[in-house]
Every structure is written in C-alpha cells, then in structure tokens.
Ligand binder design. Sequence first.
Ligand code: MN3
Length: 242
Amino acid sequence: MKKIIFLVLVVALGIIALLIGLRLYKGNHMKSMFFAELTYPYTLPQLEYAYDALEPHLDQKTMEIHHSKHHQAYVDNLNAALKDHQALHTKTLEEIIENLEMLPDVIKTAVRNHGGGHFNHSLFWKILAPGGENHPAGELLEQIEKAFGTFDIFKEKFSAAAKTVFGSGWAWLCLDKENKMVIVPTPNQDCPLTKGLRPFLCLDVWEHAYYLKFQNRRPDYITTWWNVINWTVVTELYNKIK
Ligand code: MN3
C-alpha cells in the first residue's frame, strides 16, 4: 500500500514538474532581445525627448516629420499587412523579422519594408539623446578598439559605410553569429536581424532623415549625428545581446 502511495506521489510530482516546464517554455517562447513590447497591433513609440532636443544637430522639423509621419506610416502599413494573419499576432516583431523567409508570400515584401521600418526606427530613436557622450567607455570601448583598432578608425569606417549606402538605407554596428563586431549597410528598410545579425547601433541615411536641413550633404548629417548618440543605451543593448 505504501508503495502505491509513493508511486502516485512520484507521478503527481512528475506531472507538476512537466506543467511548470511547459509554462516556462511557453513564457520564454515569445522571445525578444530588443523590444518585448513590439507586438500586434503596433503603435508608434513615444520619444523620450522633445522633437527639438537634438538641436542643433538634428533639427526639430525633421525629427517631427520623421517620427510622426514616416515612422507612423510604417506602423500603419505593418498593421494592415498583418491584419488577417492571426498566427503572427502572438509573435514579437523581432521574431517575425528574423523569420522573414517563412512568411506567406503575399505579405513578405510588406513586412520586410514596414516591419523593418518599424523595428529600425524604434531602435534609432532609442540610441539618440540630447548632448550625447562622445564615445562609450569600459568593455564596449575595449571591444570596439579590439575589432577596429581605435575608436576613431571605427567612426571613420562606420561613417564611410553610411556615406556609401546607395539610395535609401541604413548603417549598422552588429554582432555576427560568431559574436564578432561588424559594420553592415542595408538597403531600404532591410533589418540585420533577418541575416542573423544582432544590431546595437544604427544610422538612418534615408533622405527623409536629413534633407530639410542638409539637402544633398549626407556626409555633414553623418558627422553631426555622432554628437547625439546615447552611448549609455547602446552599451545596455550591447550587454544584453553579447
Ligand atoms: Mn527613417
């Protein structure tokens, strides 16, 4: 009799452990290294600073139109594309972009452009700040120096990548699959996540990001952008994904 009670107890404990395990698995399943809050229906994230806070480097009018019009349009178009695809409503944007190739063909291009647009801009606003520091410190600085030689060489290489994006696109600093730091340009709103890269610094070089103030002078926009980087946020992001 005691043996039976013991067996029942063991089985019951086994079932409880299994249920807890399944729950944990389900909890972790919706994975997000960057923005757990980016899920359907998508909304425009609030900026943590005013539109004029990045003056004189990034001007108020550009920031306002870029955020409230351009970014909003990516959000609206992404929601429209995903509206009838309920299976994707429980995923984070990050999961969707990482698995772009597995999406139904009818929405693949729209998600690539507008999902990318939403993710890329959400990251871009985060890494900006008024009166940013000139460079990171500690381990991130050491790793940048290890990867590129000096911080100034890194800046030159990143700026060159941003300058030479043909047409619209972005420049990124990412960790690759081997955890190596790489500078990567992407066209349009393509996101490095789709290629298995983990981005932690980005620069929007679409004309809408600078044309009002800089017109055709993209290099001037890039030079001034280095003054408004929030290295604290970039470092936090780097520590999270490394
Ligand atoms: Mn933009």
